[in-house]
Design a protein around this ligand. Structure first.
Ligand code: SF4
Length: 431
């Protein structure tokens, strides 16, 4: 429906390729409780028992321990659980043992096959693999990564929505999803949603950039300028977008080494690079002793230069160059085209002209606000990513129809509200 409406709008000239667009995301809260790990363990057994009790009550009554009916009868709530760490760990082990017992009985040769087909029992099996293990005849809670806990992107956060993931971003933690919205922002056209997508909460914004461009290209709506924040940008994607005649506009980061944050330190820009001969000169005028190409841990191509211990050990400015106790300085760079592009952009993005141009991105915050406050985008009405994606797609369609209506009827765009106090503030006042 979203695509059909968008296609009509494009055919009628309400939105055009080659214009300006902007993208942002927002968190979306799943239609389930956010569970602490101990709650998750107890609630997962409870959900499985509830399903078994409904499907095969006689089978369950034939063997279920009496204490299970009180332990898993009411919902498992944090405020009823112990606070002391040792008691919590002990209770986690009890939950673990109960879950394993139910799974063993479900997979016994004599168990009714229907049992293993119950989704809640399968979810118990999956969550138990992630949360518990057995060794030396005991059940153990996987408390840390060293115990084999999977990464957050794989961790099931609720037995009632297996697509939802838990994430903490800055100060906000939530269980659920992330919604991506792109909109056109040309002055002489209505601002319409051109892309909408739903992903798990753990998905990083940067992963969506190539998907947005692929979809916009397929819809013949690729913009000439695409405004995004730093979470979406990378040198690879800027170059790839240029191949599609799109200028990806957003702040690139200053690098994630300590040398990038210390103005006195020697970051990679302090080294003179000869790309033709793959050699480098350090700030003290010494040449590298080794260079080579390879990949980082994510498989991205990198170029590395290593300097000599003979020069680095007695170097008078060593503290500004490396924190290594004994090793010589190594410099790792992106491939030449990406490296030079980032240097150029870092210089450009501090200018007033760049900031004036980048100001076009800010309006997308208003679109997210409209989607959240007027259309309830941030609250899942359903469980599971597929249904949540349908909700978001229909929401985007409704926003487009509402905006077209407002445009045709000459309704002005909302302006950012300025408080009475801010309006009174002298122009020269500082916060
Ligand atoms: S520490 Fe090594 S690489 Fe760094 S400036 Fe000194 S000699 Fe050059």
């Amino acid at each position: 429906m979203f695509e059909a409406v968008l296609e009509r709008l494009r055919a009628a000239g309400w939105t055009v390729p080659g214009g300006r667009q902007r993208t942002d995301s927002t968190h979306v809260v799943a239609n389930v409780r956010t569970l602490q790990r101990l709650e998750l363990a107890g609630e997962t057994v409870r959900a499985a028992l509830e399903a078994v009790a409904a499907a095969l009550p006689d089978w369950l009554l034939g063997w279920a321990p009496a204490e299970w009916f009180t332990r898993y009868g009411p919902r498992v709530d944090a405020y009823r659980l112990p606070r002391a760490e040792t008691e919590r760990t002990a209770l986690a082990v009890v939950f673990g043992q109960d879950g394993f017992e139910l799974l063993e009985r479900a997979w016994a040769a004599s168990a009714p096959p229907l049992l293993r087909a119950l989704p809640a029992v399968e979810i118990l099996r999956r969550i138990w693999i992630q949360q518990f293990y057995r060794a030396d005849g005991q059940v153990w809670w996987r408390e840390r990564k060293e115990h084999g806990r999977p990464p957050a992107a794989a961790l099931l956060a609720s037995p009632y929505d297996t697509d939802a993931r838990f994430r903490v971003k800055r100060t906000k933690g939530w269980t659920g999803y992330v919604a991506q919205l792109s909109e056109s922002c040309d002055e002489d056209h209505p601002h319409l949603i051109t892309y909408v997508a739903t992903g798990p909460a753990t998905e990083d914004d940067v992963e969506t950039t190539p998907r947005v461009h692929a979809e916009l290209e397929r819809r013949e709506l690729l913009p000439a300028e695409h405004f995004i924040n730093s979470a979406y940008i990378s040198a690879e994607y800027i170059l790839a977008a240029r191949d599609q005649s799109t200028d990806l506009v957003g702040p690139v980061n200053e690098g994630n080494q300590w040398q990038n944050r210390d103005p006195e330190a020697y970051d990679t820009d302090a080294f003179l690079i000869d790309w033709e001969n793959l050699s480098a000169i350090c700030p003290q005028g010494h040449p590298n002793t080794w260079s080579g190409t390879g990949t980082d841990r994510n498989g991205n191509p990198r170029v590395q230069f290593t300097f000599s211990l003979t020069n680095c050990t007695p170097c008078p400015v060593r503290a500004r160059c490396t924190h290594a106790k004994t090793a010589a300085r190594t410099v790792t760079l992106r491939p030449r085209e990406q490296h030079e592009l980032l240097r150029e952009l870092r210089t450009e993005q501090v200018t007033d002209e760049w900031h004036a141009r980048y100001g076009a991105r800010a309006g997308v915050e208003g679109t997210v606000s409209q989607a959240v406050r007027a259309f309830g985008l941030r609250r899942c009405r359903y469980r599971g990513m597929a249904k949540t994606a349908v909700q978001h797609t229909l929401t985007a369609t409704a926003i487009n129809l509402t905006r077209l209506d407002a445009w045709v009827n000459g309704a002005p765009l909302e302006r950012t509200r300025v408080s009475h106090l801010s309006a009174l503030a002298p122009q020269t006042a500082t916060p």
